[in-house]
Design a binder for this molecule. Structure first.
Ligand SMILES: Nc1ncnc2c1ncn2[C@@H]1O[C@H](COP(=O)(O)OP(=O)(O)O)[C@@H](O)[C@H]1O
Ligand SMILES: [Mg+2]
Length: 275
């Protein structure tokens, strides 16, 4: 394995539960290394701490125990080299799509002609051509999410951390963006971490799928995805793909069964999760 981009050691996080006033151990003894240039997906039952883990990697939360290192240095705050794409698109409501995508380029001092060209390329990539001058409130949920992905990529990050970024997209758009993101990953050689509860998506996109346990979340197992690359949607009918899906479904089901009852109700419908 190449030198780790992320080295997470014995990470622990405790939240105060506002409902009960008691403390909630969300992550406990979680250790995970992610190599530079790797594509890793993280799956786990709803409420097991996936977003909490990603927030630590993005620098939005500080550990209560253990450590999160990026290229050998503790992650203490958010940084443009590690961009996070959350479930919520996070666009500036007062800027158009183009304005939003150009923003990180402008902040970096990219000359205006180059900025326009690069923003245009990213807008094409997420299939928003024709909506450059629309404001977020004029877009559907899926379109907002796609604009958010384009803006995140405009930061030219070294590491892209994604928290269920495709959940609001219809299936066709989702597949197109999955393939585009994979193409970008192999072109750019950056580190990609994807939290998803869509098993097929996790297998299709990753070199490694990491399964988290029921809360308090830790790493239950890591499965190497040794399917051929570059991948196209055809790989989903490969018998090895089906075998990996069955194996991960079993593993995830065991953890879902252990999750507290209210969390089970939050699982998506079976067709979506494959669970
Ligand atoms: N800021 C917070 N304060 C209190 N509890 C939180 C906070 N963030 C998350 N939690 C709780 O921590 C648990 C794990 O949350 P999360 O990381 O969002 O899980 P996942 O992304 O796996 O669904 C949940 O029970 C959630 O309610
Ligand atoms: Mg989450």
């Amino acid at each position: 394995m190449k030198s780790p981009a992320f080295a997470i050691k014995d990470l622990g996080k405790v939240f105060l539960d506002a409902r009960t006033g008691s403390s909630l151990s969300v992550l406990d003894g979680l250790s995970l290394d992610i190599a530079e240039g790797e594509f890793v997906s993280i799956i786990g039952p709803s409420g097991c701490g996936k977003t909490t883990l990603l927030s630590h990697m993005g620098g939005f939360l500080r550990p209560d125990a253990g450590s999160v290192l990026y290229k050998g240095a503790p992650v203490l705050a958010p940084h443009p080299e590690r961009t996070v794409i959350f479930q919520e698109h996070g666009l500036f409501p007062w800027k158009t799509v183009l304005g939003n995508v150009e923003f990180p380029l402008k902040a970096r001092g990219t000359p205006s002609a180059d900025r326009r060209r690069e923003a245009g390329r990213l807008i094409d990539m997420v299939h928003l051509r024709g909506f450059e001058h629309s404001y977020p409130h004029q877009l559907s949920g899926g379109m907002k999410q796609r604009a958010g992905i384009a803006r995140a990529l405009a930061c030219r990050p070294e590491a892209v951390l994604m928290d269920e970024p495709f959940a609001a997209l219809d299936n066709i758009t989702r597949e197109i963006i999955q393939e585009e993101i994979l193409r970008l990953w192999s072109e750019l050689g950056k580190t990609f971490v994807l939290v998803t509860h869509h098993l097929e998506e996790a297998i299709f996109m990753s070199r490694r799928v990491v399964v988290m346990s029921a809360r308090p979340g830790r790493i239950k197992e890591e499965v190497l995805i040794d399917l051929p690359e570059p991948r196209s949607a055809l790989v989903k009918s490969d018998p090895r793909f089906t075998a990996l899906k069955q194996r991960l479904t079993r593993s995830l089901r065991e953890e879902v069964a252990k999750a507290p009852a209210p969390e089970k109700g939050l699982q998506q419908e079976p067709a979506e999760t494959g669970v």
